[in-house]
Design a binder for this molecule. Sequence first.
Ligand code: FEO
Length: 395
Amino acid sequence: MSRLKKLADDLYYVGVNDRHTHLFENMVPLPHGISYNSYIILDEKTALVDTVEISFSEQFIEKILQVLDGRKLDYLIVNHMEPDHSGSLKMIRREFPDVKIVGNAKTFNMIEGYFGIKENLLEVKDGDTLSLGKHNLQFYLTPMVHWPETMMTYDTTSNTLFSGDAFGSFRALDGGVLDTELVIDIYWAEMYRYYASVVGKYGAPVQKALQKLSHLKIDMICSTHGPVWTEKIPEAVAVFDKLSRYEGDNGVVIAYGSMYGNTEQMAEIVASYLSDFGIKNIIVHNLSKSDASSVLRDIFKYKGLIIGSPTYCNELYPKVLDLVNKLETRGVKNRIFGCFGSYTWAGVSTKELEAFAHKMNWEVCASSVEGKMAVNRERFSELKQLAMEMASKLK
Ligand code: FEO
């Protein structure tokens, strides 16, 4: 048996916490877990909003049966088809054979493709409404937040937005579900990491969705991951707005690869000079140790980025190349960029990094530093120059 959470009149939380999975999408670490959120609206008709990852189906269905308490399930609203939310869809159809599945044309293409389900579907288009009795639902198509079929469902009666992945966060829900029940400050960093890892490529669609929803009065946001937002709605929306505009705070991330410590020494020196020039927010990542999702989180957070790389097989060090590819995939914009590197017989890393930064249309510091073998006195003054240029551009 699970304990049920009632969020508001007629609204129940039936999501689950995943404290088992190590890697989200088999890539991104989950040190504090994750929640797969799902909700039931109890009205003259009953509606389930999204499902949960398949390995939690049994616990999930048991919760739903408790909430329904003998009533039938009339609708399953599918806002997002990624399997962390649609995984239990087939089980729901088995348990409730008459349930009508609500989605858009793209949703149904995926439901057929993943589950072979073609019947008892209710297709909605942008702006369509569905009455459950007292509660009226309105559907907003928000493609690429974060798949092509994604939509959001707005309860016009209670001003509740079921937002799919938008405004979501890593980290399981420890006891509470509403933001007012949780120590919310520990969720923001996980929201940044979630955005940068999962949604980061889709800044323009997120901006479009925010515009589309801007006229709505919203009292509660029920995302598919993390806290349900009430009091902290402005803060949660502001995080997604800021990140999707690729707007960085004043600060510098120094991300480096290093085989034998020479490039690493340059990272420490440039960080120290940045501090001398008054930069407080400095985050240094050894790319062979820091997880990519944490590096991306910080790069999304701060405007300044300095990358250091040894030359390796006549190109960038593999860990640096991986980061560069991830940044390019996400189309990160508006960064101030500097670079440094080291080599033993032929140096290409700073040229490669500069070319990458120009391709990204970033503002590039002229003072790249490339050192042959060990760090010497000359490197100190060059690294100081790089730090000074970065600090002055940030001011
Ligand atoms: Fe949480 Fe895009 O799925």
